[in-house]
Design a protein around this ligand. Sequence first.
Ligand code: CP
Ligand code: NVA
Length: 309
Amino acid sequence: MKHFLHLKDIPAKDLRKILIDAKKRKQKRAKLNTLESDKDAPLKGKMLIQMFEKSSLRTRLSFYLAIKQLGGSTLTLRSDELHLSKGGESIEDTAKILSNFGNAFMLRTDSDKKLEEFKKHLSIPIINGLSPSSHPTQILSDVFTVEEIKKKPISKLNITWIGDSNNVLNSLIAASIKFSFKLNIGCPKNYQPNKKILSYIKSNKNKIFIYNDSKKAVTGADVIFSDKVISMNDKVNKIKKLNHFKKFKIDKKLINFAKKNFIFLHCLPRGKEVDEKVFESKNSKVWQQALNRVHVQKSILLYCFNKLR
Ligand code: CP
Ligand code: NVA
């Protein structure tokens, strides 16, 4: 059994294996309907328990379909309905019950410590479905989408991030190190990655560059990534922060600095960081990006169950 908490802690060769498996599985089930399971149904009889402490649309739906297509099923818990969040029950006891009833646990949480605590007490795999420090299932799936569209290894492409230094960017930074791709980060000076992330970048052979000028960051980009300026539970003065990002809007003028055939990706939900015209343009691949979460998460589940082919 394996856990899937942060990309930085997972060997690069395992991440690549997950992507190879996802590609094969996606191709194999091209003619099947959404709810039909893959022919081999490798997780038949298994139950994934999902729990959300924060809102979710895509992660919820894609894990539901992922386990279903592998032959298993999901149970989704609302954290506010458990004894755990009401203070009456410990993580340890909750984890024991989850381990006895289910076969894997997916948690979206506001606390990285909680992920670690659960990991300590669970005897089933835990998957991070977004935490303050990372969003690993999203970014691994996004690497898949980039390679699927561009038809080349991501290491041969120029990737740009325009936006806040948040959980999604942290995972993109880890992916850049694991898959060895060039990553330009464009963000205002006061919103650069924190010291811990900067030292992680420094201590790994990397191709990561930080610009406080959006045009410089986008120059020559094959892929432009973005995310909301204000993340869930971001305890900041929202008006002030949005103001600081004014020069980092992804609009028609800015995309002129990218390669002609660049693609635009966004994990969604979106705010005002991207212009409607760019979002709706043919360069924008956000819907394909969202759907691919199903395919990659299936292979993540198989990795956790030690069942990758
Ligand atoms: N991108 C993403 O994780 O979306 P949700 O918050 O809707 O799950
Ligand atoms: N950075 C965003 C991602 C949402 C999928 C957040 O944490 O709210």
